[in-house]
Design a protein around this ligand. Structure first.
Ligand code: NAP
Length: 293
C-alpha cells in the first residue's frame, strides 16, 4: 500500500528559498506551493480558506517583502506583509494544529557583537524590515505552540536576482565594481538550507515531534565574510577581470541601516540535528559551476 504523504504548505514558493524548498520536498510530501499571485498573505480570509481546503500538517512560511530599502521607504507595506502576513499564517496554523516553520533573519540583531550571534542573544533591529520580521517572530511564538523559527542570512540560489546573481551578471558587463566591505554575514545556499529544513522535518517527525525540539535555530552556511569578500571569491571563480574596490556602507546611501556584523552561531542546530551546513565557499563554488556552465 502506498504511504500517505504528509501535507506541507510553502509560502513564497517563487522566491529563492521557496523554489529550493519545493524542489527539495516535492517528491516526499504533498505540497501546496503558495505564490504572491495565488495567495496574498495579507488577505487573512484567503489564507484561512486555502488552509481549510489543503489542511497542511506542516507550514513553511518563507514569503516576505525582502527588499530592505523598499521596506524602509514603505513601512506600511513592510508591516502588512512581514508582520501581519505572519499573523495570518500563524492563526491559520493554530486553528488547524499545523506545525509552523517561520523563516527569519540575521537582521533582527544590531550587529555590534564581534562574534557570531546565538539564539539567546538580545535582538536590536535597525530597520523597518528587521522590526517587521522580529514582530513576526513574536507573533509566531505567541500564537503557535509547535513552531520553529529559523534565522538565516544572505540566501543565494536560483530565481530572483540577489547579490551573488547580480555580481555574476556584472562580471560580464563591468570593468570596475565598488562593493561594500564593512558588512559581514554568512552567504547561505538556498539548496543547503532547504536540505536542513528537510532534515528538521525528518528528525522531528521521526521522534514524534517532541516539544523540546521546537523553538528558534540559527541556520546558515558555515563561516562568514563581507560582501566584498563574497564578491571577490565569486569573481575569482568565474575568472572575471573586474577591478574590485571596497566601499563603506555609509557611502552607499542605503535607505535602511544594516547590522555591520550579523553572522549567526549554528551550534544549537548542529548539536540538535547532528550536522551543520558546509562552508559558504564550497556552496558558492558549486552554484557558480551549475549556473555558469
Ligand atoms: N534573501 C536573504 O538574503 C534573506 C536573509 C535572511 C532571511 N531571509 C528570509 O528568508 C525568506 C525567504 O527569502 P528569499 O530570499 O527567498 O525571498 P524572495 O526571493 O524575495 O521571495 C519572497 C517571496 O515572497 C513573496 N511575497 C511577497 N509579498 C507577498 C505577499 N503579500 N503575499 C504572498 N507572497 C508574497 C514574493 O513574491 P513576489 O516577488 O511576487 O512579490 C517572493 O516570491 C524571507 O522570509 C526572508 O525574510 C532572506
Amino acid at each position: 500500500m502506498e504511504k500517505i504523504k504528509k501535507r506541507v504548505l510553502i509560502t513564497g514558493s517563487r522566491g529563492i528559498l521557496g523554489r529550493a524548498l519545493v524542489e527539495r520536498l516535492k517528491a516526499k510530501y504533498k505540497i501546496a506551493a503558495l505564490t504572491h499571485k495565488n495567495c496574498d498573505i495579507t488577505d487573512s480570509k484567503k489564507v484561512a480558506a486555502i488552509f481549510a481546503r489543503f489542511k497542511p500538517e506542516i507550514v513553511i512560511h518563507s514569503a516576505a517583502c525582502t527588499d530592505v530599502d523598499e521596506c524602509q521607504r514603505d513601512p506600511r507595506k513592510a508591516y502588512a506583509v512581514n508582520a501581519q502576513g505572519a499573523v495570518n499564517i500563524a492563526k491559520s496554523c493554530a486553528s488547524l494544529g499545523a506545525i509552523l516553520i517561520y523563516i527569519s533573519t540575521d537582521y533582527v540583531f544590531s550587529g555590534k557583537k564581534k562574534t557570531p550571534y546565538r539564539e539567546t542573544d538580545a535582538t536590536g533591529p535597525l530597520s523597518i524590515y528587521a522590526k517587521s520580521k522580529l514582530m513576526a517572530e513574536k507573533s509566531v511564538r505567541r500564537l503557535v505552540k509547535r513552531h520553529i523559527i529559523v534565522r538565516t542570512s544572505w540566501i543565494f540560489g536560483k530565481g530572483r536576482k540577489g547579490f551573488l546573481n547580480n555580481v555574476l551578471s556584472w562580471a560580464k558587463s563591468k570593468k570596475r565594481l565598488k562593493i561594500v566591505s564593512d558588512k559581514y554575514s554568512s552567504p547561505t545556499s538556498a539548496d543547503d538550507l532547504a536540505a536542513a529544513l528537510d532534515r528538521i522535518i525528518i528528525r522531528m517527525g521521526g521522534n514524534g515531534w517532541k516539544d523540546r525540539f521546537f523553538g528558534t535555530y540559527h541556520i546558515t552556511s558555515s563561516g562568514f565574510c563581507s560582501w566584498y569578500g563574497w564578491a571577490r571569491y565569486a569573481l575569482k571563480n568565474v575568472k572575471a577581470k573586474v577591478r574590485l574596490e571596497p566601499i563603506g556602507m555609509a557611502q552607499m546611501g542605503f535607505a535602511a541601516r544594516r547590522p555591520p556584523f550579523s553572522a549567526l552561531d549554528n551550534s544549537k542546530y548542529k548539536k540538535t540535528f547532528g550536522i551543520g551546513l558546509r562552508p559558504w565557499q564550497k556552496a558558492v563554488k558549486e552554484y557558480i559551476k551549475c549556473v555558469c556552465n
